[in-house]
Design a protein around this ligand. Structure first.
Ligand code: AP5
Ligand code: MG
Length: 214
């Protein structure tokens, strides 16, 4: 099962992708997480990516495409995967299709998690991420058991650098310009599925399991 998560920044792509990965036993591949891990480890890729991410801009396609194509060719991806944050531009989607076609494969579902812009800024301001394992919480909607401490690994939680309100607005603009056209792209491919992302996390996930099968 090859699934792509689409949606605005903060729509809940990561939250739902983790749940899909756990239920259907496929790897969760988040390009944002891969870049943040590279930044944390001080790699060349991380240094390049950070300059774009901190401004709310997309990292150039050429730094993303090969990375993802290599990743989906790894052994743990034979039964599928859930891609979160990729593709994000039409050229990325075309590159993915081309790489899969060369292997006689294709994407099965593109799930668009729909959340209006008004809801996004509040969500991002309340999001907290673990510095250790990258788990994501929300002060109000997905709180930890102990304030400021990750339930999974016990490390501290931080506000992501790009979750400041002015950067969130920029990311939303970039989303509408460069990523939203993918909705038409996957509609034309006949694999687009829409879910309402404004309801609570479990309810969004129920709608997704109806699409993917119990
Ligand atoms: P990335 O990490 O992918 O960021 P994003 O798309 O902006 O999305 P987010 O991770 O911010 O949101 P999400 O949809 O995963 O929401 P979440 O589940 O956390 O990318 C970061 C940057 O990296 C980009 O800006 C770009 O620079 C670069 N990049 C990455 N991929 C790239 C690519 N392919 N090409 C070029 N550049 C790339 O949920 C948000 C919050 O809401 C959480 O606190 C959560 O607990 C809460 N929440 C979730 N669901 C609900 C719900 N139903 N109700 C209430 N609260 C909820
Ligand atoms: Mg995410």
């Amino acid at each position: 099962m090859k699934v792509i998560m689409l949606g605005a920044p903060g729509a809940g792509k990561g939250t739902q992708a983790k749940k899909i990965a756990a239920k259907y036993h496929v790897p969760h591949i988040s390009t944002g997480d891969i870049f943040r891990a590279n930044i944390k480890n001080g790699t060349e890729l991380g240094k390049k990516a950070k300059t774009y991410m901190d401004q709310g801009l997309l990292v150039p396609d050429e730094l993303v495409v090969d990375l993802v194509v290599d990743r989906v060719n790894q052994e743990d991806c034979v039964d599928g995967y859930v891609l979160d944050g990729f593709p994000r531009t039409i050229p990325q989607a075309e590159a993915l299709d081309k790489a899969l076609a060369a292997l006689g494969q294709k994407v099965d579902y593109a799930i668009n998690v729909e959340v209006p812009d008004e809801n996004i800024v509040t969500r991002m301001g309340g999001r907290r991420a673990c510095v250790g394992c990258g788990a994501t919480y929300h002060l109000e909607y997905a709180p930890t058991k102990k304030e400021g401490i990750c339930d999974a690994c016990g490390r501290e939680l931080i506000l992501r650098d790009d979750d400041k309100p002015e950067t969130v607005t920029k990311r939303l603009n970039v989303y509408h310009e460069q990523t939203q056209p993918l909705i038409d792209y996957y509609t034309q491919a006949g694999i687009l599925k829409e879910v309402d992302g404004t309801v609570d996390i479990e309810e969004v996930f129920r709608a997704i399991t109806v699409i993917l099968g119990e």
